[in-house]
Ligand binder design. Structure first.
Ligand code: PLP
Length: 372
């Protein structure tokens, strides 16, 4: 089996798993309890917060553990709204549904939302934000890296424009954390969402970075966990595993990037040598390992199933969209021509893949297309 859908999820890192086991089977005390048995859990939680904060140049008290990217996005978007304040949110048309649907929910409650268009590479051009933003804007939420086409957005510039208008900036960095260097201060973001399972940590754990001083409502009311902002007994095992995986990914980042770029080159070369007629989607500045292509006259879903029969896992769009056979909102937003759009697939390589895998996946596609 070749798993080439790492933008959907990743394999759990073995060291993260070992650490997790310890907190599931041995040191399973509730981190909020006062007796000595809980001390290991409490200490591990504190250390995990420090490790994670270090990886994104934040302060430990700015890291709030959540159940993943969807929760972090919902919190950032819905948490700023208060009764009687109808200032607007601005987002883009190519956000993940965790952001788009959270925005749609706030619209239903009467909070206005504007959706920015992107260029043909999926880039939110700063001038499009300048055209829409006013002093009545409360929040701008633009993703750091797109989950389908991998485009890295000019977040630093967008955050600067946002602050000049007195609004706050949130970025969904679920695809980026653990894969490209992140410094929340250099980016100038006020909130940043991350999800463990995208960087070899377990599923169902993530975090929201909230800059000190940002006034946001709690996500869940209850106990005093997460500084009283997100109540509920902490998932210590998953949190410590997330810290291990993130630290490891950050330490190996440069080496991994080089490896992924070699896989990309192998894949593209194999397709090109066979004379495949395709468009590569996304911006040149994109997530390493992400290859989103639209093949002329092909059907993405048919390709996915035929590759599955060969033991190869890829995606047609985002995984969360896999029941939907229509052209994805991202492919539509970047204006891929009709003759190509239906033949869109996303191949996303990860640390567990090799250049041989890249060649095999490309050859599988060529074989199914019958162009050899
Ligand atoms: N945001 C982006 C960009 C994603 O790619 C995903 C997952 O695919 C999410 C949010 C949702 O994250 P989670 O699966 O942790 O809820």
């Amino acid at each position: 089996m070749i798993y080439a859908d790492n933008a959907a999820t990743t394999q759990l890192d073995i060291d993260a798993f070992e650490k997790m086991k310890k907190f599931l089977l041995n040191d399973y005390g509730n981190a909020s309890q006062l007796y000595s048995f809980s001390r290991a859990a409490k200490k591990a939680l504190k250390e995990a917060r420090i490790t994670i904060a270090d990886c994104i140049c934040a302060l430990p008290e700015e890291i709030y553990f959540t159940s993943g990217g969807t929760e972090s996005d919902n919190w950032a978007i819905k948490g700023l709204q208060t009764l009687g304040d109808d200032r607007a949110t601005i987002t883009s048309k190519i956000e993940h549904h965790a952001v788009l649907n959270a925005c749609a929910a706030t619209e239903k409650l009467g909070f206005p939302v504007a959706y920015l268009s992107v260029d043909e590479h999926g880039v939110v051009l700063p001038e499009t934000l300048c055209d829409v933003i006013t002093s009545k804007t409360k929040l701008v939420s633009i993703m750091l890296a797109n989950n389908e086409i991998g485009t890295i957005e000019p977040v630093k510039e967008l955050a600067k424009i946002t602050h000049a208008h007195g609004a706050l900036f949130h970025t969904d960095a679920v695809q980026a954390v653990g894969h490209i260097p992140i410094d929340v201060n250099a980016l100038g973001v006020d909130m940043l969402s991350a999800s463990g399972h995208k960087f070899n940590a377990p599923k169902g754990v993530g975090f929201l970075y909230i800059r000190k001083g940002v006034n946001i409502n709690p996500y869940a009311d209850g106990g005093a966990q997460e500084f009283g902002m997100r109540a509920g007994t902490e998932n210590v095992a998953a949190i410590v595993a997330m810290a291990v995986a993130l630290k490891k990914n950050c330490a190996n980042m440069q080496e991994t990037q080089k490896k992924l770029l070699r896989m990309e080159a192998e894949f593209i070369q194999t397709l090109d040598d066979a004379g495949t007629d395709y468009i590569r989607n996304g911006f040149a500045n994109r997530m390493p390992g992400n290859i989103n292509i639209s093949i002329r006259g092909a059907n993405g879903e048919m390709l996915l199933h035929r590759l599955d029969l060969k033991g190869i896992c890829i995606s047609t769009g985002s995984a969360c969209d896999s029941v939907n056979t229509q052209v994805s909102h991202v492919i539509e937003a970047i204006g891929v021509p009709d003759a190509y759009a239906q033949g869109t697939i996303r191949v996303s390589f990860g640390t567990m893949n090799s250049e041989d895998d890249a060649k095999t996946v490309a050859e599988g596609i060529i074989d199914i297309l019958g162009i050899r």
